[in-house]
Design a protein around this ligand. Structure first.
Ligand code: SF4
Ligand code: SF4
Length: 131
């Protein structure tokens, strides 16, 4: 009986073991401006949530809702991007703009088509073989 409980407990814990895969981003920006014109938020699903977010973070007032994709997710854009795809306030751009795209992530990233960066999958064996 104890073995069965132990087994069930370890089975349960196994669902929380992180996958041995990470993703790294490499490359360089081509200055196309797509990431300033088409953005997603991982935790903003409605216009009301977006307004609350702008209230809490006034710096986000530079963003506006551009529409929804075919799955109903909100698409945002920045008011400060020029027609040429450049930032009109580059010196004061947000930290998230400076850090985009994050260099190391733990889930597959989706970059814009034609973006100068690319996502490189790294498996546990890649780290082992490196040492
Ligand atoms: S989509 Fe990629 S290449 Fe285009 S501006 Fe953004 S980071 Fe640069
Ligand atoms: S602040 Fe500049 S870099 Fe950031 S999203 Fe707007 S246009 Fe792009």
């Amino acid at each position: 009986m104890l073995d069965k409980i132990k087994s069930a407990w370890f089975e349960f814990l196994s669902y929380f073991v992180p996958e041995r895969v990470t993703y790294e981003v490499e490359g360089a920006c081509k200055r196309c401006g797509k990431c300033c014109n088409y953005m997603y938020s991982v935790d903003t699903y409605t216009e009301k949530e977006f307004k609350i977010m702008q209230f809490i973070f006034p710096a986000y007032r530079r963003f506006y809702i551009k529409g929804r994709d075919e799955e109903g997710n909100l698409i945002f854009a920045c008011k400060l991007v020029t027609k040429d795809g450049l930032c009109s306030d580059y010196k004061h751009r947000l930290r998230m703009c400076k850090n985009y795209p994050a260099k190391k992530i733990f889930y597959p990233a989706k970059l814009h088509e034609g973006c100068g960066y690319r996502v490189k999958t790294k498996r546990f064996s890649d780290y082992v073989n490196k040492t």
